[in-house]
Design a protein around this ligand. Structure first.
Ligand code: PBG
Ligand code: ZN
Length: 343
């Protein structure tokens, strides 16, 4: 009796499968038949509010210098950056991330944390002119250190704990200048906790931290280092940035940053690490950012300029794939182009 019931249930399931679960009854192409139907059923969408546009800010005035490996991107002084932000806002973008290029670099990274540092001054002016633009401050020391490393160096080593105080001081000075979001990109251990404590102690408990949590020692930062003039003068960053082969360790980095108080976690670069964006999306509830880095941009630009790829279609596909993998926010040099195409 028992087995009869089981058998009839099985055959009912089979009958159902043959009537609707398989070709020729089932045809997925039915939902691809027209542009309208395809559009109705699109699962992933890009939104301008989720794209963050990077700016490289120099001192002095009247400067707008193209970066050869990043067509369309410039080093520029604050006055020129304000013009570009007007354009950025006109395109419907709502946020920028700032990188500073100081005139003087030194072993204490003074330019990173001084009240009149280039990022602090730019932040004040941007917030004054464009209060609705979300200003993200990248917090690192490499652009300001004479040796180009992301932390304090002694005897050829990048020291972890002594770097924390300098980084935290930088974060506080950025918040003081009006930055809406603080984004530590140095990869020192314990920096999120140090930032949170320092921000809270100075009355910036409302300022969120977007941590570059899983930041890899990637081959794709080359054009950025030209743009930010931040290449290390000796060695490389493999003793603090992550090994590109390590997925479990990436989840540990993210988990620790969450425990230390990160509000948003980031994975960087984006395209070669889509698997980790997806895994983080599954494991964690926080918003996830992905950094579509300079090398990813340069590859697309170079191939497009040669006529080998259709730039608009490639960029749309790449940014959509980053969102589909699970990113909420995307930092991308394509933001202005994409915003134009989304209009
Ligand atoms: C520096 C920093 C880097 C990037 C963002 N912040 C470069 C590096 O680690 O050398 C890379 C961004 C890009 O390539 O677009 N901490
Ligand atoms: Zn750095």
């Amino acid at each position: 009796m028992k087995s009869t019931i089981a058998k009839s249930t099985d055959s009912a399931a089979n009958a159902h499968a043959t009537s609707s679960g398989h070709f020729p009854h089932l045809r997925l192409r039915r939902l691809r038949g027209s542009a309208e139907i395809r559009s109705m059923l699109q699962e992933t969408h890009l939104r301008k509010e989720q794209l963050i546009y990077p700016l490289f800010i120099t001192e002095a005035a009247g400067i707008k210098k193209p970066i050869s490996s990043m067509p369309g991107i410039h080093q520029q002084s604050i006055d020129a950056a304000l013009f570009e932000i007007e354009e950025v806002a006109g395109l419907g973008l709502t946020s920028v991330i700032l990188f500073g290029i100081p005139d003087e670099k030194d072993p204490e990274a003074r330019g990173a944390w001084s009240e009149n540092g280039v990022v602090q001054t730019a932040t004040r002016q941007i917030k004054e002119r464009f209060p609705n633009i979300v200003v993200v401050a990248d917090t690192c020391l490499c652009e300001y250190m004479s040796h180009g490393h992301c932390g304090v160096v002694a005897d050829g080593q990048v020291l972890n704990d002594p770097s924390l105080a300098v980084l935290a001081k930088t974060a506080v000075s950025q918040a003081q200048a009006g930055a809406d979001l603080i984004a530590p990109s140095d990869m020192m251990d314990g920096r999120v906790a140090a930032f949170r404590a320092a921000l809270d102690a100075h009355g910036y408990e409302h300022v969120p931290i977007m941590a570059y949590s899983a930041k890899f020692a990637s081959s794709m930062y080359g054009p950025f280092r030209e743009a930010a003039e931040s290449a290390p003068s000796f060695g490389d960053r493999t003793a603090y940035q992550m090994n590109p082969a390590n997925a479990r360790e990436a989840m540990r980095e993210i988990e620790l940053d969450i425990q230390e108080g990160a509000d948003i976690v980031m994975i960087k670069p984006a395209l070669p690490y889509l698997d980790l964006i997806r895994e983080a999306r599954t494991l964690f509830k926080l918003p996830i950012a992905a950094y579509n880095v300079s090398g990813e941009y340069a590859m697309v630009k170079a191939a497009s300029q040669k006529g080998w790829l259709d730039e608009r279609r490639v960029v749309t596909e790449i940014l959509t794939s980053i969102k589909r993998a699970g990113a909420d926010l995307i930092i991308t040099y394509h933001a202005k182009d994409m915003a134009g195409w989304l209009s």
